[in-house]
Design a protein around this ligand. Structure first.
Ligand code: 3HC
Ligand code: NAI
Length: 725
């Protein structure tokens, strides 16, 4: 809806569609009616458009894109109608003006914004482009470089920056609506021609062609298979090179390509999935709507290694006072130095710098080796070595020292939360908070609920994720939880492919072409091969505790590859030692180069184990790696470890570099078609009967037997009892 009201000479049109005033067809119709009414009323001399509840508009109704024919092009003519009005139209921007919302404002002759308002054209992030002539008006207003930046990245900019760019005419600290009405009254009777953006020439650049050429290279490099940024670029280029009407035609053509590309659906799935995971539920009936979080006024981090440092940085950035603790002074000093470096770098990126973060103030960030200083904290995040005995010892200590009610979080990669909690007298306050490296950068926070974890603890951990600007996803407790558990079969397949004849660079290339930032081997070199080696030694899969006589390539009757262990035995831990699956320019180097040593090592290994080398094509690489990961996802859903496929998708997009334009692994499976996924798994499983990861999950089979239902219906095929959440 849009409410029309007339006071004095200025008619007010208020967009109204809570919570974000999305431009549904009903809103558009009402907006059009309002404009026509104002035009027809001779006592109206100007129009002001604003949004209900302090928000201008978050743009087109994304839910409506599933029927593009209803939506495409509906807004453009209305924006034109605004612009062609003979009475001045002023936009009063409060809260957000995004996408179609900003395009409406661009159709207005004047824009006035509240200081705290945010503006942007985020269509690219949902696989589209600003299709209501925004790609043509914005460059005319703020120039091609700034418009291209906003349109191809989708970033939101604050009002202060919008003012500098000339996107708004004025910003105000309060009473935006009154200020807009004042402005509307003031400009009555002034010529509107110069205010109509469609009539404005594009601000020229001395080197436009060269600029566009370089910009295209940059956009393509960053997009890695994501179509929308490049098509956004093409639309802005049309603005730079063609008259307005021709540019608009080009914009429409390009939008049609995107609407039918499949990527838009995937990205919109990701958008709604990220919102759906906020609505967590526990088997006890407790849920996001009934459980209230505890305030976190002060926190602590135990262990300042790779993860602890990033976690401290995140907490400081969220303005949460904290105590950072290490096992001894030597480690403490090392940790403190590293944390300070990270914080200095973060401060440089922020307006206000170090003062905003205030990390030199010991009342906000205190380094210590004294557990006693943890008495008054509301929440502790433990990030010590991945060792059960050590974690239990720490948790036992924490439950004795911390005040009653303090939340005790463990940042374990895979260990059993219930066992850790068993070392405390308050298992209801113990929860897993699995951060991803680097913890101050990666958006995912996997929140693992143990058997006794209370709803308050979950709500508090979710609230913490929000405060840290991360995406919290609540999952159940099992080895590796969701993310790492799905990763195991993926990495395992990648290594098996090497045994059978492939090379790290070939496997990585296929997965990077698919859209992953890093293939499994480059990723493993970055994370450090020693991490997995230690875990396998702890599990008795390799090292001194391996019973003598165990076949080299078999564990518990299943296929096993000792390749990663053999590399570690050679001191090849990845980037940190300058050698891993690749070679690097030096220890700590980042440029991976294929390593002839590894190639001959692999052939020697195959000879030793009498493995016949064969050529493995790209399709097999992709399918064995991805379908085994997806297969584990189905098992996780069936066991109730996650409450829906969108949880798995959010985890993979935000924690594992899964290309967002493919919607996450489970959405991808739905686009490939479950019957095909099943058939391929069956085929590979027949060839490799000793690899359980390739054996199709019963849930996948059930869904195929049920006729390949849409992803939204999958969970309805599971019985309630299976939930372990
Ligand atoms: N359409 C439909 N629903 C929308 C929406 C939209 N454009 N924007 C937000 N919503 C919904 C959310 O799904 C959520 O619903 P839920 O409560 O049922 O989960 C609710 O509004 C509140 O949104 P958030 O939870 O995201 O609230 P936040 O305060 O965290 O964020 C926001 C607000 C910054 C506006 C964020 O929602 C956002 O980025 N929205 C999308 C903006 C966007 O992409 N606009 C472009 C649309 S495409 C377009 O305009 C095409 C045009 O060029 C023709
Ligand atoms: P790390 O080895 O870099 O750091 C561990 C730190 O804990 C060391 O600085 C050590 O001195 C400290 N520590 C050990 N005993 C302590 C004690 N008694 N009191 C205080 N501090 C103590 O390890 P990293 O990589 O930071 O991992 C920490 C945890 O995070 C592990 O459980 C790991 O599995 C998990 N994790 C690691 C990820 C990674 O990419 N490195 C990703 C996600 C989780």
């Amino acid at each position: 809806m849009a409410h029309y009201a007339r006071g004095s000479a200025v008619a007010v049109i208020r967009l109204c569609n809570p919570p974000v005033n999305a431009l549904s067809l009903a809103v558009l119709q009402a907006l059009e009616d309002g404009l026509k009414k104002a035009d027809a009323d001779p006592s109206v001399k100007a129009v002001m458009i604003c949004g209900e509840n302090g928000k201008f508009s978050a743009g087109a109704d994304i839910r409506g894109f599933s029927s593009p024919e209803r939506h495409g092009g509906a807004l453009g003519p209305i924006v034109s109608l605004i612009e062609s009005s003979e009475k001045p139209v002023v936009a009063a921007i409060e809260g957000v003006a995004l996408g179609g919302g900003l395009e409406v404002a661009l159709g207005c002759h004047y824009r006035i914004a509240h200081m705290k308002a945010q503006m942007g054209l985020p269509e690219v992030t949902i696989g589209l482009l600003p299709g209501a002539e925004g790609t043509q008006r914005l460059p005319r207003l703020i120039g091609v470089p700034a418009a291209l930046d906003m349109i191809t990245t989708g970033k939101h900019i604050p009002a202060t920056e919008a003012l500098k760019l000339g996107l708004v005419d004025e910003i105000v600290e309060e009473n935006t609506i009154e200020a807009a009405i004042r402005l509307a009254n003031k400009v009555i009777g002034q010529p509107l021609g110069p205010r109509r953006l469609s009539l404005k020439p594009i601000p020229r650049l001395p080197n436009m062609e060269a600029f566009l050429r370089e910009a295209l290279v940059r956009v393509k490099q960053q997009a890695r298979g994501w179509l929308a940024p490049e098509l956004c670029f093409q639309a802005v280029r049309a603005a730079a090179e063609r008259p307005f009407a021709a540019g608009v035609r080009r914009e429409r053509e390009l939008l049609q390509v995107l609407l039918t590309s499949g990527q838009a659906r995937a990205l919109q799935h990701a958008f709604f999935a990220e919102r759906a995971v906020r609505r967590w539920a526990a088997p006890s009936g407790a849920s996001w709507s009934s459980a209230a979080p505890q305030p976190v006024r002060k926190a602590a981090v135990v262990g300042l290694g790779t993860m602890g440092r990033g976690i401290v940085t995140s907490l400081v950035k969220a303005n949460i006072p904290l105590v950072a603790l290490e096992q001894n002074l030597e480690y403490l000093n090392k940790g403190r130095k590293a944390v300070m470096l990270l914080l200095e770098r973060e401060a440089m990126k922020m307006e206000g710098g170090a003062q905003t973060l205030d990390f030199h103030n010991p009342a906000r960030l205190h380094f210590t080796v004294d557990f006693d200083l943890l008495r008054d904290v509301d929440l502790v995040i433990e990030a010590v070595f991945e060792n059960m005995a050590l974690k239990k010892e720490i948790f036992h200590k924490l439950s004795k020292i911390c005040k009653p009610g303090a939340l005790l979080c463990t940042n374990t990669s895979a260990l059993n939360i219930d066992e850790i909690a068993s070392a405390t007298s308050c298992p209801q306050q113990v929860i897993g908070t699995h951060f991803f490296s680097p913890a101050h950068v990666m958006r995912l926070l996997e929140i693992i609920r143990g058997r006794h974890t209370s709803p308050t603890a979950i709500a508090t951990a979710m609230q913490l994720a929000k405060a840290l600007k991360k995406v919290g996803v609540v999952v159940g407790n099992c080895f590796g939880f969701v993310g790492n558990r799905m990763m195991f079969p993926y990495v395992q397949q990648a290594v098996f492919l090497l045994e059978e004849g492939s090379r790290p660079e070939a496997v990585d290339q296929v997965l990077e072409d698919f859209g992953f930032k890093l293939g499994p081997f480059r990723m493993s070199d970055l994370a450090g091969l020693d991490v997995g080696w230690r875990s396998r030694k702890d599990q008795g899969l390799t090292g001194p505790s391996l019973p003598s006589g165990t076949p080299a390539r078999q564990r518990h009757g299943q296929r096993y590859s000792p390749l990663p262990d053999l590399l570690c035995e050679q001191g090849r831990f990845g980037q940190k030692t300058g050698k891993g699956w690749y070679q690097y320019e030096q220890a700590g180097g980042r440029t991976a180069t294929p390593d002839p040593w590894l190639h001959s090592f692999l052939s020697h290994y195959r000879d030793t184990h009498h493995i016949k080398t064969r050529f493995i094509d790209q399709e097999e690489i992709l399918e064995r790696c991805l379908f085994s990961l997806i297969n584990e996802g189905f098992a996780i859903l069936a066991e109730g470890i996650a409450s829906g496929p969108e949880h798995l998708d959010v985890i993979y997009i935000n924690g594992y570099g899964w290309p967002k334009h493919r919607g996450g692994p489970m959405f991808y499976a739905s686009t490939v078609g479950l019957p095909r996924v099943l058939a391929k798994l069956q085929k590979y499983s027949e060839v490799h009967p000793d690899v359980p990861g390739l054996r199709p999950s019963a849930f996948l089979k059930k869904l195929v037997a049920a006729g390949n239902p849409p992803i939204k219906e999958w969970m309805s095929y599971l019985s309630q009892q299976s939930s372990k959440l």
